[in-house]
Design a binder for this molecule. Structure first.
Ligand code: CP
Length: 324
């Protein structure tokens, strides 16, 4: 990607810890403003064009509500509504949206589509999930973990276990945890382990941050983890592999109450949702007091408010009269 820098949001690997901290500081400010029913209209008169090649509940609703709460507007653009990649090239779509919208948010079925949008866009492009990364999810996840650590530990004191396959969320968590000096373990069958080039990149971040990465099929390593993270064992494009995947992951890698009891004392459960409580996580675990999955989902809105402000106010942490 020749434009994957902080002017766009493709992956958290492109951001420094300071930049991510700034966005989370903005999240705190906006979350409190929402509680106080006093959200500053920092997106007034602005629009975010939201391209969704795939379905979404959280990402779609959170961006749309965030734009509204901040005084702006969100446009839902599915492939059947616009000409993207059909009658019109991705380049031209990007150029046109750039002239009308202040931000483009895209959930794409391929990295090439996102890269094409980035290539020609003159406004920030936010990756709302492609097959590689899910950066907006990362902000909500880190923030949720921080919110629920009340004993003075920092992110760098924690180890996160991702239970499952080398998904976009798994890759994003590994790279983000590495930036923050956290421990990260992908725990799942060998066949579904993270590609070595991404592990190498994460390890290069760990050299600076003090983090550590482990890719393992040993479920007992959960005993070293403070955060247990769940995700579906297959994506919608992998339905033909569903039975094979379920056979590989179940029952050993399912997040159950028994598994959570083996994690470190006080361990919390996150799940990016949607969850299948007959597969990767049990309803009992998801509804337990240590589960913060629905706080995490709500923080998608907190994150999207911050992202809309951050990318339209030249990265100002807390906007002032001068920066608005
Ligand atoms: N976690 C997540 O991205 O949810 P949606 O697919 O509902 O947007």
């Amino acid at each position: 990607l020749n434009k994957a820098n902080m002017e766009h949001m493709v992956s958290m690997k492109d951001f420094s810890v300071e930049e991510m901290d700034n966005m989370m500081e903005l999240m705190t400010y906006l979350k409190q403003a929402r509680r106080d029913n006093a959200i500053p209209q920092l997106f007034k008169g602005k629009s975010v064009g939201m391209i969704f090649e795939a379905g979404s509940t959280r990402t779609r609703v959170s961006f749309e509500v965030a734009a509204t709460l901040l005084g702006g507007h969100a446009l839902f653009l599915s492939p059947k509504d616009i000409h993207l990649g059909g009658k019109e090239s991705i380049d031209d779509t990007s150029r046109v949206l750039s002239r009308m919208c202040d931000i483009i948010m895209a959930r794409t079925n391929s990295p090439e589509t996102l890269d094409g949008l980035l290539e020609m866009s003159t406004v920030p492009v936010i990756n709302g999930l492609d097959t590689r990364f899910h950066p907006t999810q990362m902000l909500a996840d880190l923030y949720t973990i921080r919110e629920h650590i009340t004993d003075g530990r920092r992110l760098s004191d924690l180890t996160l276990a991702f239970m499952g396959d080398a998904t976009d969320v798994c890759r994003s968590l590994m790279l983000t945890c590495a930036k923050y000096g956290m421990g990260f373990k992908q725990i799942g069958p060998k066949k579904y382990h993270m590609e070595p080039e991404w592990v190498e990149l994460a390890e290069s971040f760990c050299k600076e941050s003090g983090g550590h990465i482990e890719i393992t099929d040993d479920v007992d390593q959960i005993s070293e983890c403070d955060v247990v993270y769940g995700d579906s064992f297959y994506w919608v494009t992998q339905m033909d592999e569903k039975e094979e995947r379920l056979a590989a992951f179940m029952p050993d890698y399912v997040i159950t109450e028994e598994l959570m009891a083996k994690a470190r004392p006080g361990a919390m459960l996150l799940h990016c949702l949607p969850a299948n409580d007959k597969e990767e996580v049990t309803r009992g675990a998801l509804e337990s007091e240590y589960s913060v999955a629905f706080d995490e989902a709500e923080n998608r809105l907190t994150a999207q408010m911050a992202i809309l402000v951050y990318f339209t106010h030249k990265h100002a942490v807390i906007p002032t009269e001068e920066t608005i």
